[in-house]
Structure formats: C-alpha cells, structure tokens
Ligand binder design. Structure first.
Ligand code: SAM
Length: 244
C-alpha cells in the first residue's frame, strides 16, 4: 500500500526489531533514513535490500516534497539511526506534510531510549516530561533543568557522556534532594542504570567516566506516585462535592 510508514528500529540490541517492522521494511518500495550507512547495516542484518533515501536534519522543503510525492504511489518507510523516528530525530515536518497532502500515514512502534530508561529507572512514571537533549551551553542547560524541575513529573533528557558530570553537578546545585537516574547503553552488553542523588552520581561518574549513550532522569519533587487508592479517594471526594 502506498503511504508513509514510521518504523521504529532497535536502540542497540538488534533483537528488538519488531516483526511488523521487518515485514514493512521487506515490503516497502524505499526507506527514508538519516544515514544510509547505518540503515544499510540494519537492512543487511535483516537480509533486505531496498533503495535508501537520505532524509536527515538538513533536508529541506524540496526533499520533503519529493518524498511526499513518492508516497502517493509508493510505500515509503521512515527510520532513524536508532529508536523511534521523530523522537529527537528527523521526521516531524515530513509527517506533517504527508498528512497535509492526504497521504496515508501509519506508525510501527518499537524501541525508544526515553521510555526504556524511564521503565528501568524505578522513578515515578505516572507523569513524565520528555525534554530531549540538554542544551550545550551552561546557562541554557541550567534553565532547561530548572524548567523540568517545576513540572511535577519525572523529567527525561538525552545526555552525552562528556557532559554528564557537569549536568549532575548543576542538578546538585538546583535540586540536591531529588532522586536521579542515569540509564546507559540500554539494551546493549554494558547496560547500566544507577540511581541516587545528583551528588552521589556526580561523584561516581567522576571516578568512572561514563561511556556510550545516556538517558538522564530527574524524579519529581514528591516521590509518591498517584496510586490507585489515591485516584479512588480523589474520585469519591469529587463525586461527594458534586452532589446537590
Ligand atoms: N529516536 C531515538 C529514540 O527513540 O530513543 C533517540 C535518538 S537521539 C538522536 C540519540 C540519543 O538517545 C542518544 O544520544 C542518547 O541520549 C539516547 N539513546 C539512544 N540509544 C540509547 C541507548 N541504547 N541507551 C541510552 N541512551 C540511548
């Protein structure tokens, strides 16, 4: 079927490719991808060979228009180097344009580092805020951390290894009591998830420099998740007060 297929790919462990993703990559007419070498390797692993069309952060309106035109007649899969396309990865404008052009768009969910990190961390997950990559500049990074702290939810950031200790030190200045998690190399051989205060984690990673890919999570100010009982109590309270 012609259209746009948003296909999640593994974030490290190739076993995480879904059956639907594999079938779709096998059936599609071509794959729009960030880096043809990276996707080429995945296709090779799956024993597939399809035209690969580069679609990265530098893609412009013309590239999008060409792809959207192709989707009118062809099945186009969109993948990123790893994980779920559009999540801190290209694709948002492509999906918007495809939808606006009336192209059928469907999604094939799968691995996403933010969700994998959240589930592994043990931090409250009834409310969470995904805030993408922390900015590079000190001031902007501090502001991003402060803003997330106000959200009354677990905040999830993508982080880089060289910056980790600095971010943890900033977190220690801003919120020394929060529970923090560093989830590293998820689904890979050296998967690791450490929790503690920012000071504890900063000290640990200063002595054991982190390598690889990192998700940084900041727990909410109150660590009591809204449990089922609380929801029940809130509901009956609301119903009581609604009675005439
Ligand atoms: N679209 C991807 C997803 O669904 O997770 C994210 C792409 S973003 C460009 C890449 C960042 O995601 C990395 O710098 C890292 O912060 C995080 N990430 C990706 N794979 C990871 C992994 N296996 N373990 C920990 N973090 C990971």
């Amino acid at each position: 079927q012609p259209g746009l297929y948003i296909v999640a790919t593994p974030i490290g462990n190739l076993g995480d490719i879904t059956v639907r993703a594999t079938e779709t990559l096998a059936r599609c007419d071509g794959v729009a991808c960030e880096d043809t070498r990276v996707t080429g390797k995945l296709m090779k692993h799956l024993g597939l060979s399809k035209p690969l069309w580069r679609y990265d952060d530098h893609a412009g309106e013309k590239d999008r228009a060409r792809l959207v035109a192709a989707m009118q007649e062809k099945a186009v899969a969109l993948v990123s180097d790893a994980g779920t396309p559009l999540v801190s990865d290209p694709g948002y404008r492509l999906v918007r344009d495809a939808r606006a052009a009336g192209v059928p768009v469907t999604t094939l969910p799968g691995a996403c580092a933010a969700i994998a990190g959240l589930t592994l961390s043990g931090l409250p997950n009834d409310r969470f805020l995904f805030a993408g990559f922390l900015p590079n500049k000190d001031k902007a990074r501090r502001e991003a951390l402060e803003a997330a702290a106000k959200a009354d939810a677990t905040a999830i950031f993508y982080e880089t290894a060289p910056r980790l200790v600095k971010s943890l030190e900033t977190l220690d200045q801003l919120m020394p009591d929060r529970e923090i998690a560093v989830a590293r190399e998820l689904t890979k051989l050296h998967e690791e998830c450490r929790t503690g205060t920012a000071a504890e984690l900063a000290a640990y990673f200063a002595g054991h420099p982190a390598k690889g890919e990192i998700v940084l999570l900041v727990g909410p100010a109150t660590d009591e998740p809204v449990g089922e009982h609380d929801v029940d109590a809130l509901l009956s309270e609301a119903l009581q007060s609604a009675k005439p």
